[in-house]
Each structure stands twice: as structure tokens, then as C-alpha cells.
Design a protein around this ligand. Structure first.
Ligand code: CTP
Length: 431
């Protein structure tokens, strides 16, 4: 039987969690009690609560009983959309206020073969915690009834949090689910923890089994992306490189000293005024470009397809890698380009792509030209629009685009200034 820690976290929860999240957990607990079901908060949120760091991802709830039925009931109560996966006994609530709330039936998992999707059967919370990745992620807080706030820490998760240790729960954990290799390194990097000795050995063994083709590395795309989305993934990428784990994704990915310097420049760039004055960009895509900087386009395309990344991500990466040489070469030319030529060269490239070019180079002139495009030039528009051209009697059609782009060039290069001059220009040339 599982030991329940005497600790009650309700005070900590009230102090540390945003008030609305605390109220939500109280509601989940109260509804669980009404339905006669024990319900628990589990996973990363419990860990982050004890660490007193913000948790900005999903809320994970485990139900001892039918999690899908309870999710539907709770979804009605909170008026949010519910998507359920009956085969796994899981459901997700999509709430406008709270984002994603994942609910699962407390379950045991059984892996019929390494890295396969697990077979599941309902069970109590102790078995549910047992099947998880690391001690620090295997704690639960009870939410229903009088037990609200009661901590379930069966594997010494609190102790490992204090000591700064990533510890797997059982010998075959990484063979069952090799994505955990990336998770271990990601948490290690994020919290500056160390790998417990046996856990480190299990990781190295599993890497070697994967390299021998004895364990397949499936479903790795998401975990790699999450690692690249960390505030500072440098440490984790360095560790992956040192362990030979990056090669598991693709042998051509590189995270050696040159890449590390590039990662450093990406981080610095994202802390700069230039980036803060632009619309948001996908930083993970830029890290990915840096990792894939030695790969050929076809190779990158194949890898991205196998990782199943979203279209915008793929487009940004391929655009960045495909244009890198040409654009940087042109931007490093000695003669100052006309602003209109700069705009023509860079228009249509995604923000991720432009930031990547900035991180690629140590040439100050290239960075200055890219910055000038981003902050001063790309939003320049002529005072005239299609309506004005129409008023002048010009027939709408492709000619409009040509004229407006000539007006923009004139404005950028300081040859035109203001609507009056633009109208004179159009009248002289086109009427
Ligand atoms: N989990 C696991 N093995 C995995 C993935 C997840 O055991 N391969 C368990 C862990 O208990 C984890 C929980 O599921 O805490 C939730 O997983 P996830 O949301 O992916 O991660 P978090 O721990 O919440 O971490 P993050 O802060 O990165 O969201």
C-alpha cells in the first residue's frame, strides 16, 4: 500500500497558484467528491508548486474511476469543450479561462514492446504514479473532500527536488519510452539538476540499444520541440551532444562549440530591443535551424517530415536554411545597398528566418542591415493606395501593384515624400 506524505500543500497552493487556478482545483475536488471519486493533481504542476516556480502548461488531473465520464461531467459544469480518448481513458477540457486541462483515469501501463504505445488498465493512484518518468514528476496532490492538499510522494520526489536530482523510477523506463531521454536532459537543463547515477547509466544503455536498432525511437518530435522551447536550451543541447543522443534524431544535427555560440547569439538576440520591437517569433524554429545548419535541404525536409512538425515551422526552417548563403553573402557586400534593394531582398522572408540570419553571422554590417530592415524599412508604405489610383482614372489590375511598389521604392530611397509627389509621379509616367 502506498505511503501518503503527512504534508498538506493547501496553504502552499493558495499562496503560490494564481487565484483562478486555485479556485479551479477546489471546484474539481468538490465535483469529484459529489461524484464519489478520488481526484488528484499530478505531474509537472505538483513539482513546480514545490519548487515555487511558475507552471505555464497544462493542468493534469488523475481520477480514480472513469476519467472520461468525469471529464464530460466537469466539462458541462465549466462550460468547456471536451475531447476524449476512450481507449486510453483520457480526456482534455479546453477552457477559455484556464487553457488545457487534461484528465485521466488512474491507470497502469504495460508496454508490449519497447517504445510502443502502452496497453493500459484502470488502477489506483499508486500504480498511476509508478508508471511515470522521474521521481520529481511522480507526486500527486489529492483534491477531493477533506483530503484537499494532501501530498502523495511515494518515490522521494521532494527529497530529489531538494537535492537537485533527476531519478527514473524503474530500470526499463527509457526503453519503454525513449522520449524520456530527452525529457531527463530537458529537466536537467531547466532546473540545473544532475542525473542520478543509475539513471545516467540507463540513458546511456538505451542510447546504445537505439543505435543498435534494438529499440525504436518513436514520437521524438514533440520532446525535441519542447527542449528547443526552453528559456535557455544550451545546456540540454550540449548534454544531448555529449551523450550522442542528438544523433539519434539525425546524425547530421550538430550542437558542438560552433552551434553553441550560435545558440548563445539567439538567446542574446531574443533579449534585445530589436526582437522586443517585432511581433512574436517562434524561437524553437530558429534553434532548429542552427541545429540543422550542416544539413542539405532535402535531408532537412525529410527530417522535418519524420518529426511531424507543423507547416509554419517547416516553412520557416526551410526558408531560413534555403536562403542563408545567398542573403548573407549579399548583405555582407561592401557597398551600402539602396533601402529599396534591401527590402526587395528580404521581403517575404519570415521573421524566424531573419532572426536566424542575425544569429548566423558575426558580421556587424549584416546585423545592422537586417536590423534596419526589421525596424525601419519593412513597414514603409506609400501614402497613395489603390483608391487613389482609381480616382486618377487608372484601370484596376496588375499595374496597381507595379505602381504601388515603385512608389514604395521611391519613398524608401528618399526620392518621393508625401502624397502630392506620389500623384505627380504617377501622373507623369502612367497617365
Ligand atoms: N510523463 C511520463 N513520461 C512521459 C511524459 C510524461 O511519465 N514520457 C508524466 C510525468 O509524470 C509528467 C506528466 O506525465 O510530469 C505530465 O507530462 P508533461 O505535461 O509532458 O510534462 P510536465 O512534467 O508537466 O513538464 P513541463 O513543465 O515541461 O510541462
Amino acid at each position: 500500500m502506498m505511503t501518503v506524505d503527512k504534508k498538506n500543500l493547501s496553504g502552499l497552493m493558495r499562496r503560490e497558484l494564481p487565484a483562478k487556478v486555485y479556485r479551479l482545483l477546489k471546484t474539481v475536488g468538490a465535483e469529484g467528491k459529489k461524484s464519489g471519486l478520488p481526484v488528484y493533481l499530478v505531474g509537472g504542476m505538483v513539482r513546480d508548486l514545490l519548487l515555487k516556480v511558475e507552471h505555464d502548461f497544462d493542468i493534469d488531473i488523475v481520477v480514480e474511476g472513469n476519467g472520461v465520464t468525469f471529464a464530460k461531467y466537469l466539462g458541462e459544469r465549466l462550460s468547456c469543450k471536451v475531447v476524449s480518448h476512450s481507449r486510453f481513458g483520457t480526456a482534455t477540457l479546453f477552457s477559455q479561462e484556464f487553457g488545457r486541462i487534461d484528465l485521466a483515469t488512474a491507470r497502469e501501463e504495460y508496454y508490449s514492446s519497447p517504445a510502443a504505445l502502452p496497453q493500459v488498465s484502470p488502477s489506483g493512484i499508486e500504480y498511476d504514479l509508478n508508471r511515470r518518468d522521474f521521481s520529481i514528476n511522480s507526486m500527486a496532490v489529492r483534491l477531493d473532500g477533506k483530503g484537499f492538499g494532501c501530498l502523495y510522494d511515494h518515490f522521494g520526489g521532494q527529497g530529489d527536488l531538494k537535492a537537485g536530482i533527476i531519478r527514473s523510477l524503474y530500470e526499463n523506463s527509457f526503453v519503454d519510452d525513449p522520449t524520456r531521454i530527452f525529457r531527463a536532459i530537458r529537466f536537467q537543463g531547466r532546473f540545473a539538476f544532475r542525473l542520478e547515477r543509475a539513471t545516467g547509466r540507463q540513458i546511456r544503455n538505451t542510447i546504445s540499444l537505439i543505435k543498435q536498432g534494438l529499440v525504436p525511437l518513436a514520437r521524438i518530435g514533440d520532446e525535441l520541440l519542447r527542449l528547443l522551447s526552453e528559456d535557455d536550451p544550451r545546456r540540454a543541447l550540449g548534454r544531448l551532444h555529449a551523450l550522442g543522443a542528438l544523433e539519434l534524431v539525425d546524425a547530421a544535427l550538430c550542437s558542438g562549440p560552433v552551434s553553441q555560440r550560435m545558440f548563445g547569439r539567439i538567446i542574446k538576440l531574443f533579449a534585445s530591443r530589436t526582437v522586443s520591437r517585432c511581433e512574436p517569433a517562434d524561437r524553437a524554429a530558429i534553434f532548429f535551424m542552427a541545429l540543422a545548419r550542416r544539413m542539405k535541404t532535402r535531408q532537412t525536409e525529410k527530417l522535418l517530415a519524420s518529426l511531424r512538425y507543423r507547416k509554419t515551422f517547416v516553412r520557416a526552417v526551410l526558408q531560413g536554411r534555403g536562403n542563408e548563403l545567398k542573403v548573407i553573402k549579399k548583405l555582407s557586400a561592401g557597398r551600402e545597398p539602396r533601402p529599396s534593394a534591401l527590402v526587395r531582398l528580404l521581403d517575404g522572408l519570415s521573421l524566424e528566418c531573419l532572426f536566424y540570419f542575425m544569429a548566423c553571422t558575426t558580421d556587424k554590417q549584416v546585423v545592422r542591415r537586417l536590423t534596419s530592415y526589421l525596424l525601419d524599412l519593412r513597414d514603409v508604405k506609400p501614402a497613395c493606395n489603390g483608391g487613389d489610383l482609381n480616382k486618377l482614372g487608372l484601370k484596376p489590375g496588375p499595374l496597381y501593384d507595379r505602381i504601388l511598389s515603385e512608389l514604395r521604392d521611391g519613398l524608401l530611397d528618399g526620392k518621393l515624400g508625401g502624397k502630392k509627389q506620389e500623384i505627380e509621379y504617377v501622373t507623369e509616367r502612367y497617365l
